[in-house]
Design a binder for this molecule. Structure first.
Ligand code: GRF
Length: 190
């Protein structure tokens, strides 16, 4: 049996995508470290509750964005991660992290439509009838890397940003676990 894929997961918020990875039964991946750009997030609490090592690496704690980027790359490398998962991490990753690690991101819209921090709000405001979520490799752009998988979600007439985001997140959690299982099964990306 091959060893489980060692994941470093980056979070900024409630961490329900992280929780889906922690709860995935018999998964061919394992979360070995969880990092955040701020303290006191739900994601860190979820990791701590499972006894998984965590770190906090805030941009404001460094003299420059480049220093922050290098520190983040090092923290992930210290845990010998095979793959980094940006699961609701609200910072653009820099060249040091991207040179040292392969990174996948999950985004709550059907890229290339509605990239950026407000994908759900922007899709709703545009009036699309179908939106969804995308899992993609991270490159130097914002939500521009090669797409790995997508799931569609219909927009209901009475949707708010919150109600739509909750339905998208339900699909997003399944998609992310499926994508990571697929990457664990086919290591040609390494
Ligand atoms: C997800 O929809 C993610 O795509 C977006 O923020 C949300 C994070 O949710 N960037 P959670 O913290 O995993 O619950």
């Amino acid at each position: 049996m091959t060893a489980a894929l060692r994941l470093g997961v980056l979070v900024s918020g409630s961490g329900t995508n992280l929780q889906a990875l922690l709860d995935a039964a018999d998964a061919p991946f394992t979360v070995v470290v969880v990092g955040a750009d701020r303290d006191g997030t739900g994601g860190l609490e979820r990791a701590t509750a499972r006894g998984i090592p965590t770190f906090v690496c805030p941009v404001a704690g460094f003299d420059s964005r480049a220093d922050w980027d290098r520190a983040l790359a090092r923290l992930l490398a210290e845990h010998d991660v095979d793959l980094v998962v940006s699961a609701g991490f609200m910072k653009v990753l820099g060249p040091a992290v991207l040179a040292a690690h392969r990174v996948v991101n999950t985004h709550p819209a059907l890229l290339p439509s509605f990239p950026g921090a407000h994908g759900v709000r922007d899709a709703l405001a545009h009036g699309v009838r179908v939106t969804g979520c995308t899992c993609h490799w991270v490159d130097a752009g914002v939500d521009t890397g090669p797409i790995i998988d997508q799931r569609a979600v219909r927009v209901e007439p009475d949707d708010t940003v919150e109600s739509l985001h909750e339905r998208i997140k339900t699909e997003e959690r399944r998609m992310l676990a499926d994508v990571l299982a697929g990457l664990a099964a086919d290591p040609s990306w390494r």
